[in-house]
Design a protein around this ligand. Structure first.
Ligand code: ADP
Length: 384
């Protein structure tokens, strides 16, 4: 924002002018009285006249010039003193006016215009006050925006959850209604039961994810850290998906460098991270044949954990959003994959609880989820 000087109102300009005129008049009167007083004193004292004459003779400037005349010199000095006093009075009054402007701007802000910043600049310490007010305004605006965002996201959460509950519930009620009323064709009955059951399962997983999500978001969630041998954990996690992967013709590969890589982490939560990422790779990796679980020691403090799958990539426009809660790349929120859009948000929350970061890269061949974790989250907390 361009900063301007304080713009004085017409009344203030007149006030400043009046102050100037009064000061000049007072100074002239003062000067006159001083001059008269000095004249009287000097004229009554012949010694002083002689002394001044002697002084004038002895004071010589460059080029041998003498003092011009003591009266004129004295008058010039008095004139300079007058100008200084005049300037000091006017600038003092001007600063008072600046302060008045700042106070009236403060009143304006206090009336509820919390996004109003003071746009003028001054050359005194008042600028520090103005800067503090402006930064206070900026942080108030941020706080208000954050509050609004939280409010919006709560509304969004409620509306998404209501939608995700209502849709399967409508199907369940519909199919159960058909079965209850006895109008359903007996050969369709099993199909209706299956659909109702599947929808109920979907609701259960939503409730489950939602609970996990809100628990992880709560500030009181604690990690129970233990020493975790990554290779053994990855072997166990992969074994849990062996059947599903085999059905889809997908093979797992596990690589940890060094082989005995061990980190401090919450095992239950980290397994949840892997479960989410591997489920996604199996569910969304269209045409995938391979899932790689890789863990590398980056340096003395950090490890990089990667879950990679080949197959159809994630569109680059979606990459930034996939960690947002309820975001799904699939256009419909109720495709046959049946996700809640909370999986990656939960994953991200767990990683962040460990003071780590997660990102995703997706190219023509591979989609990779890359997690950076501190070797020991406790140290990361102290350092960070
Ligand atoms: P959900 O809980 O519905 O599975 P997620 O938050 O886990 O949702 O994932 C968000 C979206 O990211 C999914 O809708 C999916 O389209 C996309 N996605 C996640 N993992 C992969 C993957 N490995 N390959 C392709 N798309 C993926």
């Amino acid at each position: 924002m361009k900063k301007e000087r304080v713009k004085l109102t017409a009344a203030e300009k007149s006030e400043l002018f009046a102050e100037g005129v009064i000061t000049v008049v007072l100074l002239l009167l003062l000067n006159l009285s001083i001059v008269i007083l000095i004249y009287l004193t000097i004229l009554q004292n012949q010694n002083l006249v002689n002394g001044i004459y002697f002084l004038k003779k002895t004071i010589t400037f460059a080029g041998g010039r003498h003092l011009w005349s003591w009266q004129n010199t004295f008058l010039i000095m008095m004139g300079i003193a007058d100008l200084i006093v005049l300037y000091w009075r006017l600038i003092r009054r001007y600063h008072q006016m600046q302060l008045r402007h700042v106070i009236s701007e403060l009143h304006y802000i206090a009336q509820g215009h919390f996004d109003h910043t003071i746009s003028f600049k001054v050359k005194t310490d008042l600028q520090k006050v103005i800067d503090s007010i402006n930064s206070l305004v900026a942080s108030t605006v941020n706080a208000i925006n954050e509050e609004k965002a939280i409010e919006r996201s709560k509304d969004e959460l409620i509306s998404n959850v209501s939608h995700d509950i209502r849709t399967p519930l409508t199907s369940i009620i519909g199919y159960l209604g058909l079965l209850k009323s006895g109008v359903a064709d007996p050969k369709d009955q099993q199909k209706y039961l299956d659909i109702a059951y599947m929808k109920a399962e979907q609701m259960k997983s939503l409730a489950h994810d939602l609970l996990d999500y809100t628990t992880l978001k709560s500030t009181s969630t604690k990690l129970s850290l233990t020493s975790l041998h990554i290779f053994s954990m990855l072997e166990q996690v992969a074994a849990g998906f062996e059947f599903e992967a085999h059905e889809k013709g997908i093979t797992f590969s596990i690589e940890t460098r060094p082989k005995e890589l061990t980190i401090q982490a919450d095992p239950e939560k980290l397994v949840r991270v892997y479960n989410n990422l591997i489920t996604n790779a199996l569910k969304y990796g269209k045409g995938a044949t391979q899932i790689k679980l890789i863990a590398n020691l980056v340096n003395n403090n950090e490890v990089e954990l990667r879950v990679e799958n080949n197959g159809a990539p994630i569109p680059s426009s979606s990459l930034k959003k996939i960690f947002e809660r309820f975001y799904r790349v699939e256009p419909s929120r109720n495709t046959e994959t049946g996700g809640t859009g909370l999986g990656l948000s939960i994953t991200k929350s767990i990683v962040e609880l460990h003071h780590g970061t997660i990102s995703c890269e997706s190219g023509a061949d591979w989609t990779s989820f890359i997690i950076c974790l501190p070797l020991n989250p406790k140290n990361a907390k102290i350092n960070g």
